[in-house]
Design a protein around this ligand. Sequence first.
Ligand code: DGL
Length: 272
Amino acid sequence: MEKAIGVFDSGLGGLTAVKELAALMPNENIIYLGDTARVPYGSRSPETLIRFAKEDLSFVLRQNVKAVLVACGTISSVALPILKKECPVFVEGVVGPAARSAAAKTKNGKVAVIATNATINSGAYRKELSSIDNNIEVFEKACPMFVPIVENGYFGRDNAAAKIIVSDYLSEVKRSGADTVILGCTHYPILRPLIADFLGPDVNLVDSGKEAAKVICEKIKADGLCSDSENLGGHTYYVTDEPSGFVNLAELFLDRKIGNEVKKAVLTEENI
Ligand code: DGL
């Protein structure tokens, strides 16, 4: 069987990267892991996140993969260098690709990063942006309620509760004058219509999962690892909690049926 591209996140967020990978490389098999039993990751300590990251990676590596996309801003910010040391195949996170894209897009040199608490506390995006261009002014804002509202399906453009939360978190971002905003948590592009409505058409939104998917795609092509064109590009989704809640929301976001492709994953003996 053709080797797959492995993708993982705490829950639904990494699907923003899967959607892009599937569009760019329709013949590739994709294995997705959503650690739904332990979502959200964004409020956890670095020590816990490193343990989760190693367990997630080792599950994904057991699935015959040729590359791994860490489609989680939190794990990418806190644990990517550790995972790189342990991973026998190419592994990329979302921070570098998103920061490079934002640095290329900004016209006024002001970039805002919105992400989970753990990501903002790590300073990973700030460091990456200043290593690309030291003159970029970086404004950071943690938006911890965004992940639970997404995981509970509050992402419709007209959802009143989601609109209030978006405006509460993003008022300061608007005032910062940033012309480019990195959606530094992969769950956030699911709220993109609401975020775009609030920030207005003059602000560039950088989808971190999408940017990382482009990098994985280029690397697979450069290494001659593309699947052959006869392959139909099968997807398998693993979740660590009951699949039903994930299936409904994932189908809504991906706009296709995935019910038969979702399985329960056991990461460790106790799964915690
Ligand atoms: N989607 C993840 C991220 O990009 C995880 C968020 C969470 O579970 O808190 O940070």
